[in-house]
Design a protein around this ligand. Structure first.
Ligand code: MG
Length: 158
């Protein structure tokens, strides 16, 4: 049976934090604030996959009160979710995601992000879609106060 899931995440941009998106550290004056590395792109993808197989969300599996997940690279969450899929006999068909941010420029880093995500999920790079758009300077994203990401996942499940 083919299943789909949707994910959304947002993190605040603050000074003194690295800007990690899709597992890639992007040079920028601000970075994403959160318990883990606050990688909004990977978090949205994680929730999309978990949703596709009817699992609870990322906050349930990797609570921000658990010191194990403090400042960890979020690709670890994808590796753990890969194991959850394996346990269910589910296989990923593809994921697709959109980052919404005014800055930094995402395009030069998309190839590297796809490689990180494909490796963590043990899928091919052409099964990973990543696009980026701005919010046309409007709202909190337009003011560069935060970065949002949305994702979908398609999974085959027995
Ligand atoms: Mg998050």
């Amino acid at each position: 049976m083919n299943r789909v899931g949707i994910g959304y995440d947002v993190h605040q941009l603050v000074e003194g934090r690295p800007c990690v998106l899709g597992g890639v550290t992007i040079p920028h004056k601000t970075g994403l604030d959160g318990h883990s590395d606050a990688d909004a792109l990977i978090h949205a993808i994680a929730d999309a996959i978990l949703g596709a197989v009817g699992e609870s969300d990322i906050g349930h599996h990797f609570p921000n009160t658990d010191p194990r997940w403090k400042n960890v690279p979020s690709r670890i969450f994808l590796e753990q979710i890969r194991e959850i899929l394996h346990g269910l006999g589910a296989t990923l068909n593809n994921i697709d995601a959109t980052l919404i941010c005014e800055a930094p420029k995402i395009n030069p880093h998309i190839k590297a992000m796809k490689a990180v995500i494909a490796e963590a999920l043990m899928i091919r790079i052409d099964q990973v879609g990543i696009k980026a758009t701005t919010n046309e300077t409007m709202g909190f994203i337009g003011r560069q106060e935060g970065i949002a990401a949305m994702a979908v996942a398609s999974v085959d499940m027995p």
